[in-house]
Design a binder for this molecule. Structure first.
Ligand SMILES: [Zn+2]
Length: 95
């Protein structure tokens, strides 16, 4: 674990009891260019990103395994809805 003074991004807290379980699937191949607009701290084994593209958004989850990251994404939704889910994730109410 890196020292906390290198941590600039939020850490994902332990999921609360009864939290919303998000549906994660393998990344779709999409023609729309997407870019991460927010992300959680890379010092944690699992990194979450809020990605936007084409007026929509989704969350990406990367589990940093040794040399072989495992990537899953949520479905495309409106930016507003996805930002609400992102807030839930960062507060431990969704995972
Ligand atoms: Zn950190």
């Amino acid at each position: 674990m890196l020292t906390s003074d290198k941590c600039l991004s939020p850490h994902v807290p332990t999921a609360q009891h009864g939290h919303t379980r998000l549906r994660w699937h393998k990344p779709y191949r999409t023609l729309v260019r997407t870019r991460p607009v927010a992300w959680t701290c890379y010092c944690q084994a699992t990194v979450y990103e809020l990605c936007e593209g084409g007026g929509q958004a989704f969350l990406r989850r990367t589990v940093q395994l040794d040399g072989k990251p495992e990537v899953h994404e949520t479905s495309l939704r409106s930016i507003r809805t996805t930002k609400a889910i992102w807030t839930e994730l960062l507060s431990g109410r969704a995972r």
